[in-house]
Design a protein around this ligand. Structure first.
Ligand SMILES: Nc1ncnc2c1ncn2[C@@H]1O[C@H](COP(=O)(O)OP(=O)(O)OP(=O)(O)O)[C@@H](O)[C@H]1O
Length: 448
């Protein structure tokens, strides 16, 4: 691997206070490398040492196999540019003057004459960071986000090989965050730019960085790909908060989700939310349930509250919170519901069918936290369970079954729904038992 920056056994801090303890890592040319860690963990201190703003006590930092101290300040400025955390104190320079300062290291001769190249680079980086329209305005008159883009333009004007960023997006709105990070990423690919950047937003870090370093109390906790570093127990421990790891819906990256304390009321859902008439079966949950469904309306993954089987015309109004299943035969609806209490979680089964089993709708409501993968597994297990229950039953050639697996996402965490797991076993047993009860009730011609 083509190593650009190497940090070996680095320790140091401010006066006699040791902040960083024995930090080692290396960054390859063209890599986007993210540094994460809670407040005060030493991220900015590390960046300051890498960018020569702060001396260190022991260890060493090399760039292209050359020790940091051996570069002249002009050579160093051509090699590395730094975008520090934006402070509120700024000089009364205009935007263009500020960006021009980034060309200092490239100017030659005694009088530092301004070349055509200097001008064209300044124009290019101002266009890229979208500050061209502000070039005559004083920095003091800019918003935090506009200032941040001006300082980024200044850093880019240096045309560095390594760009050091301390929370580059903290003042930027969503669209500017994306523009900036997309651009950085493109330059790592196209120009071989190496980027070392501190992030507070774990998800932005996961989306854009090739590798991450997680710091805590001045020590390296983990270095690896976003998938490796952003593991749930590790992040919960370091940040001391409840956070869940999910998959990004569109790209193969982790997506860390904060759960507000207020959302964690421990309401239990039970059969009291189920209503039955001759014509319909309805479950109206008091809280949104994380749901996977196969139904005539509302299929797929999502948060749902209403679950409906209607013998009349299905409702035509579009309700994104509803899952609706059909019961188009002029037959009595048979329903059976049962709750099975397990160790720490429970499942309410609601099964509805017609006497000829032309449809057999299976609803499972779980009082527990079921991660997305486990929800999908639970649905597969429920389908297996249904097949077992139907083993000796003869069904018409055309059947129309719907299925729902929905969870409150409160209480015990269930990481798997496979048939061998605790949840899977509970689904298989509960489904067999409930189906048997439903079949019994059909024999005697009534529903409970
Ligand atoms: N100039 C300084 N003099 C003395 N101590 C400092 C100085 N700057 C930072 N520290 C201390 O060093 C420790 C690490 O600070 P640092 O700024 O590197 O953390 P950080 O991870 O960047 O935090 P944040 O996420 O809050 O920006 C903190 O305990 C801080 O109080």
């Amino acid at each position: 691997m083509d190593e650009m920056l190497q940090v070996e056994e680095l320790s140091g801090g401010y006066s006699d206070k040791n902040i960083l303890k024995n930090i080692s890592f290396s960054v390859s040319r063209g890599e986007m490398f993210g540094i994460l860690g809670p407040n005060g963990s030493g991220k900015s201190t590390l960046l300051k040492m890498i960018s020569r703003l702060l001396p260190y006590k022991s260890g060493q930092i090399t760039i292209d196999n050359r020790s940091l101290q051996t570069f002249s300040s002009k050579d160093f400025a051509k090699l590395m540019a730094v975008l520090p955390q934006v402070s509120s104190e700024v000089f009364p320079f205009t935007v263009k003057e500020t960006v021009e300062l980034g060309r200092y290291a490239h100017q030659r001769g005694l009088f530092h004459s301004w070349s055509r190249e200097d001008e064209s680079v300044v124009q290019e980086v101002m266009a890229l960071t979208k500050v061209k329209g502000l070039q005559g305005v004083s920095l003091q008159e800019l918003s935090g986000g506009e200032r941040q883009r001006v300082f980024l333009a200044q850093a880019l004007a240096q045309e560095p090989n390594i760009l050091i960023l301390d929370e580059p997006t903290n003042h930027l709105d969503l669209s500017h965050q994306k523009v900036l990070l997309d651009q950085m990423k493109r330059w790592t690919r196209q120009r071989g730019l190496t980027v070392v950047t501190v992030f507070h937003d774990l998800n932005l870090a996961a989306l854009y960085c090739d590798r991450l370093l997680l710091l805590d109390e001045g020590e390296v906790i983990h270095i690896g790909t976003p998938e490796e570093v952003l593991n749930e127990p590790q992040i919960q421990k370091v940040y001391k908060t409840m956070i869940e790891k999910h998959s990004h819906p569109e790209v193969p990256k982790p997506n860390m989700v904060l759960i507000p304390e207020t959302e964690r009321d421990n309401r239990v859902i039970d059969e009291s939310y189920l209503s039955r008439t001759e014509e319909a079966v309805m479950f109206h949950s008091p809280i949104p349930l994380k749901t996977i469904a196969s139904a005539s309306t509302g299929s797929g993954l999502g948060w749902k509250e209403k679950f409906i089987i209607n013998r009349n015309q299905p409702s035509t109004e579009k309700d994104t919170k509803a899952v609706e299943m059909e019961a188009q035969y002029d037959e009595q609806l048979f329903t059976n519901y049962n709750t099975y209490q397990e160790d720490g979680f429970s499942i309410l089964f609601v099964l509805t069918a017609d006497r000829h089993l032309r449809f057999f709708h299976t609803w499972l409501f779980i009082n527990g936290q079921v991660c997305e993968n486990a929800l999908i597994e639970a649905m597969t297990t429920a389908l297996q369970g249904k097949e077992l229950a139907f083993k000796e039953k003869i069904r018409p050639a055309e059947t129309d079954d719907g299925i729902v697996v929905a969870a409150t996402q409160k209480g015990v965490y269930l990481s798997s729904g496979r048939s061998s797991s605790e949840l899977g076993q509970a689904i298989l047993n509960g489904l067999l038992d409930s189906s048997e009860k439903l079949f019994q009730s059909m024999k005697v011609g009534m529903s409970n």
